[in-house]
Write a new protein. Structure first.
Length: 153
């Protein structure tokens, strides 16, 4: 299964239909950031046949632009509206990826979305995972979508 392609397709569709923004997938990079600066991250856990996490990492300015388009209102600071919007975006992406990972997604459950934001923070996974990070470009700036799936023993 071509996970980067599935992530790109799901992200582009959600951005076009729900956010009213164009998101262009970039080249996969072997470099994988674990520490984020002035960023909002939305995360959803996966359990069942596949265990892991889907996350979207958006610099503050991009998160505010996404929220402005998503809610149809001007946003000029990272606030609850922004963290809620990025969390919901992660939830929509996880739902799409869940369907791509298994037969209609029946054997995978999703956690409630959570968000984190701040000047500097690190995200790490305690299990050994296969990690795919797909970068995207929008007119408001760049962001990335990350999928971590636990490696089978």
């Amino acid at each position: 299964m071509d996970l980067p392609k599935k992530i790109a397709e799901a992200t582009q569709e959600i951005f076009e239909t729900m956010i009213m923004m164009e998101a262009t997938a970039g080249e996969l990079s072997p470099e994988t950031a674990k520490t984020f600066h002035c960023t909002v991250s939305g995360m959803v856990g996966l359990a069942g046949t596949f265990k892991g996490m889907l996350a979207i990492h958006t610099p503050n300015q991009v998160a505010m632009a996404i929220t402005s388009n998503f809610l149809g209102m001007d946003v000029d600071e990272v606030n609850e509206d922004v963290t809620d919007a990025i969390g919901e975006l992660a939830n929509m992406l996880a739902g799409s990826i869940k369907l791509a990972l298994s037969d209609k997604g029946r054997d995978i459950t999703l956690s409630i979305p959570s968000t984190i934001s701040g000047e500097e923070y690190t995200i790490s996974c305690v299990a050994e995972t296969d990690r795919v990070i797909v970068p995207f470009a929008t007119e408001a700036g760049n962001f990335c979508v990350e999928l971590q799936v636990e490696k089978e023993n």
